[in-house]
Each structure stands twice: as structure tokens, then as C-alpha cells.
Design a binder for this molecule. Structure first.
Ligand code: ADP
Ligand code: MG
Length: 252
């Protein structure tokens, strides 16, 4: 049975999508069966792993709103063992369309239960908000990975996120856990980066991954080639650190 992990932080640009794609690809290259679920209407995970949105017959919208079986919405990727349920801009309407529907918070959970047996890991790339799509993700998940960018204001907004996690734990998913906190875009040349690491470690203690993701140009180039770092530049620092992270995730 898959472990379902939501990659979440309502801040944009902290490395959620980069982590979804590259952790997913790394786990798959270590022989794990992985499903990426793109639940961000921007669909960056979808294009970043090389899926042409126009070619997708179904997307996560159809799973959530039109009761399409998640298996029918899955696409293969260029990486063996790695599949994706894509997102298209159609999903932007889902926040509103879900509001009046029955069991709106548990739709993703119910769908993923149908395919949980097919995978070792299901990674959900969340949108930059704490709306109903993120609540669906937290309700479906066994645990969350919180990427935190090593920048000024890194901790800002985290109390809101943790409060949402607690609300979901109380009302919708009592067993939801924090899988780990991931420090991203670290720049060793600045003191600021070190300060953020200390602050985050003080706050989250042993929940912080040993692996810290540095700023790496190859990581930012790979999506425009529709590739994960594992195929785009397997010898890069970016590939090395995401492989390390995958090993940490497996070891837990
Ligand atoms: P989110 O999904 O949280 O909005 P992204 O993963 O899309 O964040 O990252 C935001 C931007 O930063 C993207 O352009 C991405 O390519 C870039 N980026 C993410 N992680 C790194 C990194 N470690 N080094 C360099 N660029 C990065
Ligand atoms: Mg994103």
C-alpha cells in the first residue's frame, strides 16, 4: 500500500513542484512505484515531467468533479515506475465547483484509495493556498512534507499552515503526520541561509531532513525541458541531493 505524501506550503515559489517532480523521479529510479498527483491548477508538475496538457484525456479535475476513475486519468512519464495524474487549467474552477458538493473534502482521499495498492508512494503537489484543494490533499495524505525556502520571512505563514494541518487532523484525518520539513534553495554564500536553517531546526527539531537542497541552476532549467533532474543532468548537485532525500524518505 502506498504512503501518500502531500507536498505543501501555501507560499508560492518555495520548491513544492521542484520537490514533487524530483523526489518522485528519484524514488522511481530507486525502484519504487510512484504516482505524482498534480493538484495545482498551474499544472507545473504536469509540464515539468514532460506531459503536454493538451494531450491529457483526463486530469485531476475529472477525478474530483466527474467521478473519473483515477486509473483512467493516469499518464505514463519518460521514467519507468513513475506515473502522473495531470492538472490542467480546468482545475482552477474546482475550488468553486466543489463548494456545494457532498463530501467535498474527502473526494481525493476516496479516489486515491482505489489506486493506493498500485504504488509505493503517491506524492501530491499542492497549490499555493490553503483552500479546498489543499484540504483535499491533507485529508487524503498519510503525511506532509513542508518545503521551506532558506530566505527572509521563511517562517512567515507557517503557523497558518500548521493550524490547517491541526484542523484537518481534528476533523477529517486524525492520523495525518508531518513527514518532514525540507530546507530548499540554500545559498551557502549568505549568512541568512544559515540563520534560517538554525531557526527552522529550533522549531521543527528532528522533523527537519538532513538533506538540504541548495540553489542549483540545473534544477531550475530542467522543467523547461520537461524533465526531472534525474534524466536532465544526473551528475548535477541537484540530482545528487534529491537522490539523498529519496533515500531519507525511504529510510523513515
Ligand atoms: P512552488 O511549487 O512552491 O511554487 P517551485 O518548485 O515551482 O515552487 O520553485 C519556484 C522556482 O524556483 C522555480 O522556477 C524553480 O525552478 C526554482 N527552484 C526551485 N528549487 C530550486 C533550487 N533548489 N535551485 C534553483 N532553483 C530552484
Ligand atoms: Mg508549484
Amino acid at each position: 500500500m502506498a504512503k501518500i505524501i502531500a507536498i505543501t506550503n501555501q507560499k508560492g515559489g518555495v520548491g513544492k513542484t521542484t520537490t514533487s517532480v524530483n523526489l518522485g523521479a528519484s524514488l522511481a529510479s530507486l525502484g519504487k512505484k510512484v504516482l505524482l498527483v498534480d493538484i495545482d491548477p498551474q499544472g507545473n508538475t504536469t509540464s515539468g515531467i514532460g506531459i503536454n496538457k493538451a494531450d491529457a484525456v483526463y486530469c485531476i479535475y475529472d477525478v474530483l468533479i466527474n467521478d473519473v476513475h483515477p486509473k483512467d486519468a493516469m499518464c505514463d512519464t519518460a521514467i519507468e515506475n513513475l506515473k502522473i495524474i495531470p492538472a490542467t487549467i480546468q482545475l482552477a474552477g474546482a475550488e468553486i465547483e466543489l463548494v456545494p458538493t457532498i463530501s467535498r473534502e474527502v473526494r481525493l482521499k476516496k479516489s486515491l484509495q482505489l489506486v493506493k495498492h498500485m504504488f509505493d508512494y503517491i506524492l501530491i503537489d499542492c497549490p499555493p493556498s490553503l483552500g479546498i484543494l489543499t484540504v483535499n490533499s491533507l485529508t487524503a495524505a498519510d503525511s506532509v512534507i513542508i518545503p521551506i525556502q532558506c530566505e527572509y520571512y521563511a517562517l512567515e505563514g507557517l503557523s497558518q499552515l500548521l493550524n490547517t494541518v491541526r484542523l484537518v487532523q481534528k476533523h477529517l484525518n486524525t492520523t495525518l503526520q508531518i513527514e518532514g520539513v525540507l530546507l530548499t534553495m540554500f545559498d551557502a554564500r549568505t549568512n541568512l541561509g544559515m540563520q534560517v536553517i538554525e531557526e527552522v531546526k529550533k522549531y521543527f527539531q528532528q522533523k527537519v531532513y538532513q538533506t538540504i537542497i541548495p540553489r542549483n541552476v540545473r534544477l531550475s532549467e530542467a522543467p523547461s525541458h520537461g524533465q526531472s533532474i534525474i534524466t536532465y543532468d544526473p551528475k548535477s548537485k541537484g540530482a545528487e541531493v534529491y537522490m539523498e532525500l529519496a533515500k531519507e524518505v525511504i529510510a523513515l
